[in-house]
Design a protein around this ligand. Structure first.
Ligand code: PRP
Length: 193
C-alpha cells in the first residue's frame, strides 16, 4: 500500500508545531470559558474539525458540552458553492447558551456565515469561532460574531491546497498528524478545480 505521505509536497506545520499552537489556543479559550457563568457549548463542524476539536477540548479545563453539525455546500468539488445547508443538526439545545464553533479552516466564510445564522436563530446568546486555520486571502463573506463572541485562530494559512490534521482532498489525508501542501498532480486532473 502507498503511504498517505506520498501525496504531500511539503510540510507547512509539523505535528509538534500543531500541538504547541493548539495548546496556546486552548489556554486562551479556557481562560474565556472559565469566566462564563455557565458551561459553553462547543460545536464541531464535521468532518474536518474532528481532530482539532478532540485535541482542543482535552486541553480546555472548563465546563463545556460538545456537539457536532454537518454543513454541506451544493455541488461538491473543491470550491465552496456559496450555498451551504445544514445536513445534520445539533442534539444540544443552544438557546441562551454561549456557543463556540470549531472549524478546521475558514476559507470563503460561506460555511461559517450559514452556521452562525442557524445558531443565532436557535437563540445562542453569544457565538465565538475557533478555527485551526484561517485563509483570509480567500474570504468572500465577513464573519459576524454574535454577542461577546471572539475569533480564535491557530494559524494563518497561505493560499495553497493544504491537507492533514482533519483537512481532506476527496475525503483522504485527514488522518495525517501534520499539515502539508498537496502535490498538484494529485488534483490537477480533477475537473472540479
Ligand atoms: C470545509 C471546512 C469548512 C469549510 C470552509 O468543509 O471544513 O467547513 O470547508 O470553507 P468556506 O469558508 O469556503 O465555506 P467541507 O465542506 O470541505 O467539508 P469537510 O469538513 O467534511 O471537509
Amino acid at each position: 500500500m502507498v503511504s498517505a505521505e506520498a501525496g504531500i509536497e511539503r510540510v507547512l506545520w509539523t505535528e509538534a508545531e500543531v500541538a504547541a499552537r493548539v495548546g496556546e489556543v486552548a489556554a486562551e479559550l479556557a481562560a474565556d470559558l472559565r469566566a462564563l457563568l455557565e458551561p459553553a457549548v462547543v460545536v464541531g463542524v464535521a468532518t474536518g474539525a474532528f481532530l482539532f476539536l478532540a485535541d482542543l477540548v482535552r486541553r480546555v479545563d472548563a465546563p463545556l458540552a460538545v456537539d457536532f453539525v454537518r454543513v454541506e455546500s451544493y455541488g461538491g468539488g473543491t470550491e465552496s458553492s456559496g450555498k451551504p445547508r445544514i445536513t445534520a443538526d445539533l442534539k444540544v439545545d443552544v438557546a441562551g447558551k454561549h456557543v463556540v464553533v470549531v472549524e478546521d479552516i475558514v476559507d470563503t466564510g460561506n460555511t461559517l456565515s450559514c452556521l452562525i445564522a442557524h445558531l443565532e436563530k436557535k437563540g445562542a446568546s453569544s457565538i465565538s469561532v475557533c478555527t485551526f486555520l484561517d485563509k483570509p486571502a480567500r474570504r468572500k463573506v465577513n464573519i459576524q460574531l454574535v454577542g461577546d463572541g471572539k475569533f480564535y485562530s491557530g494559524f494563518e494559512c497561505p493560499d495553497y491546497f493544504v491537507v492533514g490534521y482533519g483537512l481532506d482532498y476527496a475525503e483522504l489525508y485527514r488522518n495525517l498528524p501534520y499539515v502539508g501542501v498537496l502535490k498538484p498532480e494529485k488534483y490537477k486532473n480533477d475537473s472540479s478545480n
